[in-house]
Design a protein around this ligand. Sequence first.
Ligand SMILES: *Cc1c(COP(=O)(O)O)cnc(C)c1O
Length: 397
Amino acid sequence: MPSHNNLTQALHCTRANGDDAHAAPIWMTSAYDFDSAEQASDRFNNLCPGNIYSRFTNPSVSDFERRLAILEHGEEAVGTASGMGAYLALAMAFLGQGDHVLLGAGMFGSTAHLFRQYLGQFGVESQTLPVGHTSLWAQSIRPNTRMLILETPLNPTMEVADIAALSVIARDNGVLLVVDNTVLSPICQQPLRFGADLVVQSAGKFIDGQGRCVGGALVGDSQRIQSVRGVLRSAGMCMSPFNAWVLAASLETLHARMRLHEINARQLCCWLERHPMVTAVHYTGLPGRPDETLIARQQTGHGALISVDIKGGQPAAWAFINALRLVARCTNIGDARTMVTHPWSTTHCRYTPDEKTASGIGPGLVRFSVGLEPPEDVIGDIEQALAQASQTQRKTA
Ligand SMILES: *Cc1c(COP(=O)(O)O)cnc(C)c1O
């Protein structure tokens, strides 16, 4: 269906196999039957396509992968057990002892910890750099650098990296550019179109959209994705068929959900900007940002994450969070229900205070993942909680 919009292609690319069911079945099977000993041998030796074992391939996982690849504008995708599983598979496929990687400063805490702590044990050296300073990335590449890894926009500070400019640097130096596209989802940004080599997704966030399962994916050209499949076959961080079935169905409604998430997020932003307890609002859709032109070129939407700096530091931020009645205290993102997090003490607690402050994560920073509720209800709850936080702030000021 090359003439259709990729949203239409992603919706229609899966056909229930073998019968007249309109929705795809779940292929809950670990193994597959072979017609003959010859066919088994051919499949094991890559002489003919076909399923062998669900650690290698599974039709439900393949459905998810096909849909995601279309939405990300990639040749191929591979599903993984989780977003972190995708990062581990990435490292096992493309890094070895003595290699060096550049990481976006303030990236998702477990990503930084995986590279610095665990991959560090295997002789992979990593260095963190601010995502907005493109020239610093060019200057920091060493002869043993293999990969540039970043999130844009960066959760929770909403700092934006110039993917196209970084892809030129990566290409000129023969290194891979890997972009974590979890925060915007493939609806609001397609990094592969701007020269990224591989995209990482934590699929349990906006792709799932209802906080039900954990899953991940890597998307890119077929050759690199085949290398990652080789890792999964030996190391086993594969996606479960049940999760793949949930996530493949979720991809059908992702564009509709992202549109409503953004409408609601924009309304909350406007309200927060005028509140006396809020000293700054971080969202890529706000006018007047110095990187406005870059954002307009690179993003096709702004998503649901908003961060605000609250007066009164951690005591006021915690008082605010504890006073919420409707908005959930939950470190997850991408749910249908609005959620709030204190990044300083949770998702980013493994960074040192200096690292957090340098990447714009202060003790008064609060992050919202805006859900699908009518916004007036969310705003009403935030209003009463900010009133309580303001009492804490006045007591401690
Ligand atoms: C959640 C998240 C991850 C980790 O993914 P899991 O599926 O939880 O393992 C990685 N990157 C970002 C930006 C995330 O939000």
